[in-house]
Design a protein around this ligand. Structure first.
Ligand SMILES: Nc1ncnc2c1ncn2[C@@H]1O[C@H](COP(=O)(O)OP(=O)(O)OP(=O)(O)O)[C@@H](O)[C@H]1O
Ligand SMILES: Cc1ncc(C[n+]2csc(CCOP(=O)(O)O)c2C)c(N)n1
Ligand SMILES: [Mg+2]
Length: 343
């Protein structure tokens, strides 16, 4: 028979000491108070059971891996939780949607400190609460030493007043290209961390590090853009050029960036970054999770968005015909931006 009070505190400090059942109790407690009117059955049974008022579901998933997507020297478990939830919700926002439920999976070694998992639960719960989305389930599994993987699946539906999802393929010649917020902050923060910069709590560098650790996208801007008539949309996860190139190719158009707004956005990263580094991060910095959308010229973007350029027809003699252009030259998406497999 087990006497929990006799188990030394240190034994409970790792996942092996705590055990799956007690960890699950903590998981349920962490996610228990979250909002979510449509949840008919929440965590604890074989599946969750959700109401689907609009009759159609948005579904996306995004996974982060220790060493690849975060480093423990740079990010806490709470940071990881905030970021992985935000990444998923930004994908829903980029369709013109909002979350209705999250599933959170943790794959971790037995010697992982329970406190790291408690931080992860706090971070995921914080980001879910901020967005008004319940965590409805997930999974736990074990991994080899050092391997920690957190995977989130997000379910959602189109925002109120949004009739259809905003796809990457909807950009049309004549559209205005705009972004919902600044660019390059997360990439700039990562660059500073790689350089070993240890900024004080205030100031520009601290803000960039914060945005790298916990992107603060205004997720409502997705439905706002959709209602404003956005014809195409994507969230900037792999860098402006790479993500704009995806829109251009899906739509069969050219995207022409204006240098002026790029310089202004790069200015926001200076003096923490030198001008050339700042420009590079605006063009290629990943994990920003601001929304990039195109709008018909007559309506233009909603208030607070920054116009970055225009959509123009693709030219038959260009190879490839669709892509991103700046000052008369095509920007190769492979030379900047994030690719998990290095391509
Ligand atoms: N293993 C897979 N099986 C099926 N579909 C996949 C798989 N991996 C990716 N996809 C699909 O490919 C598309 C692009 O995936 P990706 O992860 O690059 O999404 P993204 O929105 O561009 O990136 P991010 O998640 O960083 O915002 C998505 O529609 C995704 O569902
Ligand atoms: C340790 C460490 N190294 C590199 C990075 C940068 N990084 C990881 S994934 C990604 C793009 C988005 O991925 P996805 O498309 O899967 O959402 C970027 C820019 C990091 N955060 N931590
Ligand atoms: Mg995306």
């Amino acid at each position: 028979m087990e006497h929990p009070e006799q188990v030394p505190q240190t034994d409970r400090a790792t996942l092996a000491g705590l055990g799956e059942s007690r960890l699950l109790e903590e998981v349920f407690a962490a996610y228990g108070g979250l909002p979510g009117g449509g949840v008919l059955v929440g965590p604890g049974d074989d599946t969750a059971y959700l109401r689907v008022p609009s009759g159609a579901v948005l579904a996306t998933t995004d996974t982060v891996v220790r060493g690849r997507d975060w480093r423990d020297e740079w990010s806490t478990g709470e940071d990881v939780g905030v970021k992985v939830v935000t990444q998923n919700l930004a994908d829903l926002a980029a369709m013109g949607g909002r979350g209705t439920g999250l599933l959170v999976t943790l794959v971790a070694p037995q010697d992982l400190p329970v406190d790291w998992v408690r931080d992860l639960l706090a971070g995921t719960a914080w980001a879910a609460t901020r967005a008004g989305v319940p965590v409805v389930g997930g999974d736990l599994s074990s991994a080899g030493a050092q391997e920690v993987v957190v995977s989130v699946t997000a379910l959602g539906e189109l925002g109120e007043g949004v009739a259809r999802p905003v796809l990457r393929s909807g950009a049309r010649a004549g559209d205005v290209l705009a972004v919902s917020g600044p660019l390059g902050r997360s990439g700039a923060g990562l660059l500073l961390l790689r350089r070993g910069v240890a900024p004080g709590r205030d100031g520009q560098e601290a803000g960039l590090l914060d945005h790298h650790r916990r992107p603060t996208t205004d997720l409502e801007q997705g439905p706002v853009a959709a209602r404003a008539g956005a014809r195409s949309m994507i969230d900037v996860s792999d860098g402006l050029v790479r993500d704009a190139d995806r829109v251009a190719r899906a739509s069969g158009v050219r995207v022409r960036l204006d240098p002026g707004p790029l310089d202004r956005l790069a200015g926001l990263l200076q003096p923490a970054l030198a001008p050339a580094d700042a420009r590079a991060q605006v063009l290629a910095g990943g994990e920003e999770h601001e929304l990039l959308a195109t709008f018909p010229p007559r309506t233009g973007p909603p208030d607070g968005w920054t116009v970055l350029g225009q959509v123009v027809p693709s030219q038959a003699d260009d190879e490839p015909p669709a892509g991103v252009w700046l000052e008369g030259r095509r920007l190769d998406p492979r030379t900047g931006g994030w690719d998990h497999f290095g391509g």
